[in-house]
Design a protein around this ligand. Structure first.
Ligand SMILES: [Fe+2]
Length: 434
């Protein structure tokens, strides 16, 4: 267990690194880029910068006596969905506001950075307050990832990252699955660092024996589904998914376009031919589910996914990450700080495989599971309206993506999205009953 002073210096270090990383993501943007909202589901970069700072203000307001909010105007524009702090600004109109200006929001960002750093350096913080600051740091990490999705939607190949590294060379690429014995499994976070309320409490679930894919489903595999008429056959689709296919004319993952009989995608690497050995990305839950049905398989539950990622059969212990308890590094997983700006081909991270031999469970693409997003038995809310008001009509994704900051991912992390959303870096792997 960390001592109070260790936890505090860790808090300040994580805070400073996180704020620097946010600024690094927007460093090369033109001023015009900050304001535009290219779709109702994305937010302008200006809004993300302001909103992450606003949440720190909320924490200061809750924990510092007589704290004075910076600006009521900012408070209204930057509130995402917290009714407890006033009426939130319309999400799909965030790009319609030219006030506060980009400069004003950047000034606000720096003012809040200084205020929080002062608090973390000087004040005696109790454990509960420390947890709130950790939550606000991790919240900013979540927005860094959302910002990356949004930058891709806004700029794609025209985005100029401050750091961009070459893609690693893949090794093993044999597509197969591993058998995992069922029985009782303790699901949830078991480490001693920060985690979200929704990862707790650790609790037992019963699993049947199952098989799970060693790799995420690739573009090549997904193309077989498409070429077999996957998008034209209602038999593979859930009813709501089939409606979506019909109404929105889905015939491929988001960002894909057929040019002269060749499937192209448009992402940070520019407009380019789809690579068969990359994990399929930008698919909705409905598409992941339809593919699985077509393939005669199914999506794993989140408990099955977590056991395949974290359980070590040999030592009968659970680790925080697939490779053990050491934090992620660039040799084990493709996360934001790898700065690759794309998925890597399957087999690119043999050092990151799980005890069962499953590859790329952390990083590259979030993986849809069949599990409904809801609280674990005994769930206690850590912050009202943050996670708990979304316990309906969303599915859980696991594992993080190439846009996820490394401090914010672990085997027990539960992401959640609506079933038709696909602008995130989302893919999947399949499971089978035995
Ligand atoms: Fe937020």
């Amino acid at each position: 267990m960390e001592t109070v002073s260790e936890q505090k210096s860790n808090l300040l270090e994580q805070f400073t690194e996180t704020r620097d990383r946010t600024l690094k993501l927007v460093k090369t943007l033109e001023k015009d880029d900050f304001v535009v909202q290219t779709a109702p589901f994305m937010s302008p970069p200006k809004w993300h910068l302001g909103h992450v700072s606003w949440l720190f203000e909320i924490v200061m307001n809750k924990t510092i006596k007589n704290y004075k909010i910076y600006s009521q105007e900012f408070n209204e524009y930057l509130n995402s969905y917290y009714h407890q702090f006033g009426e939130p600004h319309d999400k799909d109109k965030r790009g319609m506001a030219t006030r506060p200006t980009v400069d004003e929001v950047l000034e606000y960002f720096h003012i809040i950075s200084h205020k929080v750093a002062d608090v973390l350096q000087n004040d005696l913080l109790d454990n509960k307050t420390c947890q709130l600051y950790f939550m606000a740091i991790h919240h900013e990490c979540q927005h860094q990832e959302l910002l990356v999705y949004d930058l891709q939607h806004l700029l794609a190949g025209r985005y100029r990252p401050v750091t961009a590294n070459p893609l690693p060379v893949p090794s093993q690429q044999e597509l197969n699955s591993v058998r995992i014995d069922g029985g009782l499994y303790s699901m949830g976070y078991s480490g001693n660092q920060y985690c979200y309320d929704i990862e707790l409490p650790e609790h037992k679930v019963y699993l049947n024996d199952y098989k799970i894919d060693v790799f995420p489903i690739t573009n090549g595999q997904y193309l077989e589904f498409m070429e077999d008429g996957g998008y034209n056959d209602f038999r593979y689709w859930l009813s709501d998914g089939w409606d979506k296919v019909q109404n929105d004319n889905w015939n491929a993952p988001m960002y894909w376009e057929k040019v002269d009989d060749v499937w192209m995608t448009n992402d940070f690497l520019g407009k380019r031919e789809v690579r068969p050995n990359e994990p399929v990305c930008h698919v909705s839950f409905y598409e992941a589910d339809a593919y699985s049905k077509w393939a005669g398989k199914r999506l794993p539950t989140e408990a099955e996914w977590e056991k395949a990622a974290c359980w070590d059969e040999k030592t009968q212990t659970k680790t925080v990450f697939p490779w053990g308890n050491k934090p992620p590094d660039i040799n084990r997983a493709n996360l934001l700080e790898s700065y690759l700006w794309n998925c890597t081909e399957i087999g690119a991270y043999p050092n990151g495989k799980s005890h069962y031999g499953c590859h790329q469970m952390i990083g590259d693409v979030w993986e849809w599971t069949s599990s409904e997003f809801t609280g674990y038995p005994g769930f206690k809310s850590g912050f009202s309206e943050y996670n708990d008001k979304w316990f309906a009509n969303q599915k859980v994704l696991r594992g993080g993506s190439f846009g996820t900051p490394s401090i914010s991912i672990r085997g027990s992390y539960r992401n959640f999205f609506r079933l038709d959303e696909r602008w995130l870096f989302s893919g999947f792997r399949c499971a089978e009953d035995i």
